[in-house]
Design a protein around this ligand. Structure first.
Ligand SMILES: NC(=O)c1ccc[n+]([C@@H]2O[C@H](COP(=O)([O-])OP(=O)(O)OC[C@H]3O[C@@H](n4cnc5c(N)ncnc54)[C@H](OP(=O)(O)O)[C@@H]3O)[C@@H](O)[C@H]2O)c1
Length: 297
């Protein structure tokens, strides 16, 4: 019996696959680039997109993390790719699950806190209504597509900004490293983050424990405002953190995805905490210390 991961070559997925393999699980990967995936994970069973049905059949659980990256310019074509890779990709996965002779017990599907739209004042919990902007629309369609049908447990994680070596953090580091870091944009916008270790542990918990079901905010219990993130980053990197980074600089680094950082949302993981999930990094300073000075924490 095996776990199938879509998006298993990515920032979060590759850490999940490593953890699954370390605990002795057989991992199947569905990927656009089988050769690259096989090189990354020689012990995994690798399938091209066209063999999705075969990959799904007989596995115990499925984790769907696949999606066109949002970093870069959102041309019409990119927006379509961002939308289609999530809605269409998830629809095709759900279809394959429905047609499988031996169905998985659980589908763990990614979504994002962009579901809620942006606000400097609101507090978003899992039952808060969706926002109106492009990413909120993408997330709603993504979640609606993830309906694997009777008998298959569904867990959806609305993922916050994952802190790790890769992802958004890597992109906002250059100004800090160059001694120029400071509050990004107004500094008042919220930054709902999660450490990469906790993100992977959430995915594993959802695969393992049948008590997990429905939608969960995958964020740390203490989101911060951007000014606090930048101040803490400055302290941990031992760099000054007083020169504001204009939004324009961030747009150069992230393209239209800069708006995810320049506007934000305060998201609380109410349902994750109700499950009694034990965060390794519930607060920001130890999370950043672990990433930048791993020997010390
Ligand atoms: N990282 C974060 O902070 C964060 C926050 C919120 C939500 N999320 C969501 O969580 C998921 C995983 O995040 P991540 O940071 O690990 O993403 P990532 O590093 O960009 O990896 C995503 C994976 O999806 C596959 N992929 C890329 N473009 C695709 C396309 N057009 N069609 C089909 N598959 C495609 C790729 O696998 P192959 O090349 O092997 O096919 C890639 O490895 C994503 O859907 C992301 O939107 C992430």
């Amino acid at each position: 019996m095996a776990v199938l991961v879509l998006g298993g070559t990515g920032f979060i997925g590759s850490q999940l696959v490593t953890q699954l393999q370390q605990r002795g699980e057989q991992v199947r990967l569905v990927t656009r680039n089988p050769q690259r995936a096989q090189q990354l994970f020689p012990q995994a069973q690798v399938f091209p997109l066209a063999a999705l049905a075969e990959a799904v059949d007989g596995c115990t659980g499925v984790v769907n993390l696949a999606g066109e990256p949002i970093i870069g310019r959102w041309t019409v074509a990119r927006k379509q790719a961002i939308q289609e890779s999530r809605r269409g990709g998830t629809q095709r996965l759900v279809q394959a699950i429905a047609q499988a002779q031996v169905r998985p017990q659980v589908l763990v599907n990614a979504s994002a806190i962009g579901y809620y739209g942006a606000s400097e004042t609101a507090v978003f919990r899992e039952d808060s209504p969706p926002g109106q902007d492009f990413l909120a629309q993408v997330c709603q369609e993504w979640e609606q597509a993830a309906q694997p049908g009777q008998g298959v447990r569904l867990v959806i994680f609305r993922i916050g900004i994952v802190l790790g070596m890769g992802g958004a953090l890597e992109r906002i580091l250059p100004p800090f490293r160059a001694f120029l870091g400071g509050p990004i944009g107004s500094g008042q916008q919220w930054f709902s983050w999660i450490h990469q270790t906790d993100m992977v542990n959430l995915l594993l918990a959802a695969l393992d424990d049948p008590a997990w079901t429905g939608v969960y905010n995958a964020t740390a219990p203490q989101p911060v405002r951007m000014a606090q993130l930048c101040q803490t980053l400055g302290q941990v990197l031992q760099r000054p953190s007083w020169l504001p980074v204009p939004g324009m600089v961030l747009e150069l680094l992230l393209g239209d995805a800069a708006q995810v950082i320049l506007t934000g949302q305060q998201v609380l993981p109410q349902r994750v905490q109700a499950m009694g999930f034990c965060y390794q990094y519930p607060t920001l300073t130890p999370a950043l210390e672990n990433l930048f000075h791993p020997g010390l924490s």
